[in-house]
Design a protein around this ligand. Structure first.
Ligand SMILES: Nc1nc2c(ncn2[C@@H]2O[C@H](COP(=O)(O)OP(=O)(O)OP(=O)(O)O)[C@@H](O)[C@H]2O)c(=O)[nH]1
Ligand SMILES: [Mg+2]
Ligand SMILES: [Zn+2]
Length: 213
């Protein structure tokens, strides 16, 4: 679950989460919450995010828990499955579960006025049953995470659009940095691969560098 504002979810969180899901072959979707709070600027940003992520195959759900918008479609998607709800603190994960199943009465809390961040209210993951026939695991707000158990040269395998483009690179061991004949760099230049995603890829590689230095 992400929010464009109140609080803003960092793109880094989204991509790190998605590559972890790819690595474990867990299907992932984006739920964009708090749309009731968005003005024109946030709506534009949301549309942009949807275009980036839908293009590479991640379904996006647009919801407002407090205004009960988009919840029926989301429930339909989760029906008959076990889902993990992840996201930074304050995006409304627990509020969604309370809305789906009011008897849960789980603890939630307003985000801080000053920092516009959540207060890490949920402290451990817990699975709950939903009346429409689904299990959903609520989880504590992500504080930021590294990428475990991934070799430097396999990180791009978990960016589906980079992975499929990389078959066109000149060198089999291309890391898509500055190598000659890199199909990924060309695709970023033509806009076929979104710069936002490419930047996430570089950031994760860079982190990795620091770890092993
Ligand atoms: N305006 C608005 N506020 C919402 C919406 N959904 C949740 N909130 C509010 O956002 C605040 C944080 O909600 P929580 O459900 O506690 O957030 P969380 O993601 O569980 O946070 P952590 O447990 O800290 O990870 C609460 O004050 C909610 O009432 C929404 O759709 N619109
Ligand atoms: Mg919570
Ligand atoms: Zn390349």
């Amino acid at each position: 679950m992400i929010t464009i504002s109140h609080p803003e979810t960092p793109v880094e969180f989204i991509d790190r989460f998605l590559i972890t899901a790819e690595a474990y072959r867990i299907p992932a979707s984006l739920i964009i919450n708090k749309t009731d709070l968005y003005g024109d600027e946030e709506i534009n940003r949301m549309e942009y995010m949807i275009s980036v992520y839908e293009k590479i195959g991640y379904e996006c759900f647009i919801i407002s828990v407090t205004e009960n918008k988009g919840l029926a479609i989301l429930a339909e998607k989760m029906k008959g499955k076990v889902s993990l709800l992840a996201g930074n603190s304050g995006v409304g994960k627990t509020t969604l579960l309370n809305t789906f199943n009011p008897s849960l009465n789980l603890k939630t809390e307003e985000i801080s006025d000053y920092h516009k961040q959540g207060k890490h209210i949920t402290t451990f993951p817990e699975m709950h049953h939903m009346p429409f026939g689904a299990y959903i695991i609520d989880s504590p707000g992500i504080r930021g995470f590294g990428v475990v158990d991934m070799e430097r040269n396999e990180i791009y395998h978990f960016f589906p659009e980079i992975f499929s483009t990389a078959t066109g690179c000149k060198f089999y061991n291309c890391l898509h940095l500055d190598e000659p004949g890199c199909a990924v760099k060309s695709a970023v230049e033509t806009g076929d691969i979104d710069p936002l995603r490419y930047r996430s890829y570089l950031n994760i590689l860079e982190d990795d560098n620091r770890k092993y230095r």
